[in-house]
Design a binder for this molecule. Structure first.
Ligand SMILES: [Mn+2]
Length: 241
């Protein structure tokens, strides 16, 4: 198998100056599954540069992050929404649309799952505790606690079900937003017990999957191994033109 070049997106944090940061777990997850991880930080809206990324990469992971500015999906901000500056999501939206045209694999994780839905025309629940309820704990309430875990039910007629091979799995959850209206062509493929959407996939794409949970925070889990291997295998089958 050819080792595919996998971009992992990141945003900037202001530490006096802008600093690109990415949790090492994402790098480890890609390397562990046989991919070559490269960090991809936003370069603005220069279309030529974004095209170069799309051509060079064999696959892309959209990593976790804060909230997508709600004006990108036509809504006013909820009081609990903690939006990122728009440079990161705008860069990622342009990049994933190109990758979709080229049918290259994309895996969105947490924020990345939400980004995929917004990129193709869907909307988001802005705050699960106030808009859905607290039956399922999707995020820990203090950084002293371990991360929340909950089960998700995986629908049978889906790529993610084929990959995971199970109808129910337990995952690590750290989010307060989720997919509301799925984008046109976006299939809901798993849900939490409270109905919150936990995975989506774009129909007619080879591999364009969003998981609302954090496989990279659960490196020993069977579901993580299966998901990462399926993604890397798919990316290794790209013919670079
Ligand atoms: Mn969850």
């Amino acid at each position: 198998m050819k080792s595919p070049l996998i971009g992992i997106t990141t945003g900037y944090e202001q530490r006096g100056e802008a600093v690109a940061e990415l949790a090492k777990r994402y790098i480890d997850a890609v390397a562990q599954a046989g991919g070559i991880p490269v960090t991809v930080a936003p370069t603005g809206q220069d279309g030529r540069l974004i095209e170069h990324y799309a051509h060079v990469l064999d696959g892309l992971i959209l990593s976790g992050g804060r909230d997508i500015p709600p004006d990108l999906y036509g809504e006013e901000a909820h009081p609990q929404t903690d939006a990122l500056p728009p440079d990161r999501p705008l860069f990622e939206i342009a990049l994933v649309r190109l990758l979709r045209e080229m049918d290259k694999p994309v895996l969105g994780i947490c924020y990345g799952c939400q980004l995929l839905n917004v990129a193709f025309g869907g909307t988001l629940i802005q705050d699960i505790p106030s808009q859905v309820g607290q039956i399922v704990k999707h995020r820990r309430t203090s950084s002293e606690e371990p991360h929340a875990r909950h089960v998700v039910a995986v629908r049978s007629d889906s790529l993610i079900r084929q990959i995971l091979g199970r109808e129910e799995i337990e995952i690590v959850s750290s989010h307060h937003q989720a997919v509301k209206q799925p984008a046109p062509g976006m299939k809901v493929t798993a849900t939490a017990p409270d109905g919150v959407i936990e995975t989506i996939e774009l129909e007619d794409a080879r591999f364009l999957v969003g998981v609302q949970w954090h496989p990279e925070m659960d490196p020993e889990a069977e579901a993580t191994r299966r998901l990462m291997q399926a993604f890397i295998r798919s990316a290794s089958q790209n013919t670079t033109l």
